[in-house]
Design a protein around this ligand. Structure first.
Ligand code: NDP
Length: 309
């Protein structure tokens, strides 16, 4: 089966070519500039607007990540093709470590110690217990569930919010829908965003939402940059409603050098590196998608296109 690689920002053949040949030997990789006939599969990341116009036989487009928002936003994406995401348990584990780093950093005041070290100041702080710092997680999916379990093991009271109601879990208290969000936010000190970017979740991290959290809260933003109303975050930090924020994703990446986030004393920035899928997980996703197409089945991790995730 022929698979085209399409990205406006990455050399996908350079990243994935060797592993695709090893894990998916029956998939013939072709470049976007090459022939379009008989291409039934695509691996795409930030595809250009006209990316899919030339592939009449296309049946599925695979992302190289858990999120598919940049593929869903492509105007030439045919309505009938499956859009497939990567589900990689190793990614949940990495994300969990990242969230724990920042949640504990807020709980224990580690940023203050870093600042003190620069000035050679020995000043002990007041140490709070994890049990006293409730964490609310937006998103109770593949990654959010793993984060909830690990934070609960560290002693944090964990709450999770999703679109649909969930069965009772020992790791976190579940909330759903608009009323559930209000209830959860009222108890939340550390807010973790692990939502997919869809029309419903765009700009969800805004002044109104911050205002419903406990005063002096902390935001850990690892979803997508477009979830955040940037000016509202700066206002919430200025007013003291939020004590700080860890930001891994941005509406414009790389974050422009002149952006006020870079120099804000209470914002921690990482370059969209909170976690990563493994190259072999991407190759395996492509191989299982090709197998499903050959068998006339839906690919295992095809998203619900009406929902957007
Ligand atoms: P899943 O699709 O497994 O889970 C998504 C969760 O979000 C589900 O619980 C879903 O609810 C919930 N959700 C979606 N829409 C809404 C809504 N309108 N209201 C309430 N809840 C909603 O995704 P993953 O856990 O695999 O990944 C989540 C996101 O994390 C990715 O889409 C990506 O944006 C981000 N990410 C960022 C990374 C980084 O390095 N910064 C790395 C990996 C992922 P329900 O269960 O009811 O369907």
């Amino acid at each position: 089966m022929r698979c085209v690689l399409i990205s406006s920002s990455l050399d996908l053949r350079d990243y994935f070519g060797a592993e695709l040949a090893r894990i998916a030997p029956r998939v013939e990789v072709v470049d976007h500039a090459g022939g379009a006939a008989d291409v039934r599969l695509a691996l795409a990341w930030h595809p250009p607007d006209d990316a899919f116009e030339r592939y009449p036989d296309l049946q599925a487009v695979c992302s190289i990540a858990a999120g598919v928002d940049n593929i869903m936003a492509c105007p030439s994406l045919p309505p009938s093709v499956d859009v497939v995401r990567v589900v990689d348990p190793g990614q949940g584990q990495m994300m969990s470590g990242f969230i724990a780093w920042h949640a504990i950093g807020h709980q224990r005041g580690f940023a203050a110690f870093s600042a003190q070290q620069r000035d050679r100041i020995w000043q002990r702080g007041v140490q709070r217990r994890a049990q006293d710092v409730p964490v609310g997680i937006l998103g109770n999916g593949e990654i959010g569930r793993r984060v909830a379990v690990d934070l609960a093991h560290l002693g944090f009271p964990v709450m999770s919010w999703s679109r649909t109601a969930k069965a009772i879990s020992s790791a976190s208290r579940s909330f759903h829908g608009a009323a559930g969000l209000t209830a959860m936010l009222g108890e939340t000190e550390v807010l973790v965003n692990l939502l997919p970017l869809t029309p419903e979740t765009r700009s969800i991290l805004n002044g109104d939402l911050f205002g419903r959290m406990r005063r002096g809260g902390y935001l850990i933003q690892v979803g997508r940059g477009e979830h955040l109303a940037e000016a509202d975050l700066l206002a919430a930090l200025d007013s003291g409603q939020l004590a700080g924020a860890a930001l891994d994703v941005f509406a414009t990446e790389p974050l422009p050098a002149a952006h006020p986030f870079w120099r804000h004393p209470r914002i921690a920035i990482t370059p969209h590196d909170a976690s990563d899928v493994s190259i072999s997980a991407v190759a395996t996703t492509l191989a299982t998608t090709a197998d499903a197409i050959r068998a006339g089945r839906r690919p295992p991790h095809a998203i619900d296109r009406a929902r957007g995730y």
